[in-house]
Design a protein around this ligand. Structure first.
Ligand SMILES: [Zn+2]
Length: 275
C-alpha cells in the first residue's frame, strides 16, 4: 500500500515506489507523485501540464512508472526519481470521461485535436503553461490563438503545488513532457541557461529529438523557463505526435541518460585546485 500524506517520504514499497498526493487541482483532483529510490539527488519528470490535449505525455509517465516498478535497479543509488504523470489532472478528466489517476489510451474516446483541445486547460479554463512567473503576460497565446494565462503569475493551484513541492525537495533537474513538436527545448528566462542547455543535450543525444530553443512563437509564463530562472536545470521534451509515447526508442533512453547524468555528477569527487 503506497504511503501518502507526507512530503519527502522515501520508503520503498513492494511495488517499488511510494505514491504521494502532493496537492489538488482547481477542480479538486489529486496531483500524484510516484517516487522511486532514495538517493540524495532529486530529479523530476512531469507529464500533462497541458492535460488532455497532450494526454500521451501522461500515458508515457505511466509507462515509465511500470518500467521502474519492474526495474528498480535502473534508478541509480544517488537518485530519488519523481514521476508526476499529470500536472493538469482537470484537463485529463475532460478527455477521459472523468478519469482520475491512471488511465490508458483506450480511455480517450475522441483522440482528435478538436476533441481534446479543451483538455489543454484546467477547470478554470487557464493554460497552466502560460501561468508561471517568467515573462508572465496577461496576453498569452497558443500559436496565434489567445489563451487564458490566469489572473496573475501563479494564480493557479496546480502550479503553486508543483513549484512549492519541487523547491522543497531541492530538485536538481526537471523534465516536462509535452506534445507534439518532436524537439527538446532547454529552459531559459529571457536568456540562455547553460545547465538547462546541457540537460537538453543529454536527452537529445539518446532520444533523437532535436535540441532547439522553442522559437515558433513567443511563449510567456512557461514552467521550464521559470525553473531555469531559479537556477534549476529544466527542459521541455515535445513528443512527435499526440498519441504515441515513444517509450522504447526515445523516452526510456532519455530518462535513463538524465538519471545517469545527475548520478555521475553526484558521485564525481570535487577536485580542489592546487594553490
Ligand atoms: Zn504542451
Amino acid at each position: 500500500i503506497p504511503a501518502s500524506g507526507t512530503v519527502n517520504t522515501t520508503v520503498v514499497t513492494a511495488t517499488g515506489y511510494v505514491r504521494q498526493e502532493i496537492g489538488r487541482s482547481y477542480g479538486q483532483r489529486p496531483i500524484q507523485d510516484y517516487i522511486f529510490g532514495s538517493g540524495p539527488v532529486h530529479v523530476a519528470f512531469v507529464g500533462a501540464v497541458h492535460g488532455g490535449y497532450e494526454w500521451n505525455t501522461a500515458t508515457l509517465a505511466y509507462e515509465a512508472i511500470d518500467y521502474f516498478s519492474a526495474n528498480p535497479d535502473e534508478v541509480p543509488a544517488a537518485i530519488t526519481l519523481h514521476i508526476i504523470p499529470a500536472g493538469n489532472p482537470d484537463g485529463i478528466a475532460k478527455v477521459t470521461n472523468g478519469k482520475v489517476g491512471r488511465f490508458y489510451d483506450f480511455d480517450v474516446p475522441d483522440k482528435s485535436l478538436e476533441g481534446t483541445f479543451d483538455g489543454r486547460f484546467n477547470d478554470r479554463g487557464v493554460d497552466l503553461n502560460r501561468n508561471w512567473d517568467c515573462e508572465w503576460s496577461p496576453e498569452a497565446f497558443w500559436r496565434d490563438q489567445p489563451v487564458d494565462p490566469g489572473s496573475a503569475a501563479f494564480s493557479e493551484p496546480e502550479n503553486v503545488v508543483l513549484r512549492d513541492y519541487l523547491l522543497r525537495l531541492d530538485v536538481q533537474g526537471v523534465v516536462f513532457w509535452h506534445s507534439a513538436l518532436g524537439i527538446v527545448a532547454p529552459g531559459g528566462c529571457g536568456t540562455t541557461h547553460p545547465p538547462s542547455e546541457a540537460l537538453a543535450g543529454v536527452y537529445s543525444r539518446v532520444s533523437g529529438y532535436t535540441s532547439q530553443a522553442f522559437g515558433a512563437y513567443a511563449v510567456t509564463g512557461d514552467a521550464s523557463d521559470w525553473f531555469a530562472s531559479q537556477g534549476i536545470p529544466a527542459i521541455t521534451v515535445e513528443l512527435t505526435d499526440h498519441e504515441n509515447t515513444e517509450w522504447e526508442n526515445r523516452n526510456r533512453p532519455g530518462m535513463l541518460a538524465i538519471l545517469d547524468y545527475f548520478a555521475s555528477a553526484a558521485t564525481t569527487p570535487t577536485v580542489t585546485p592546487e594553490p
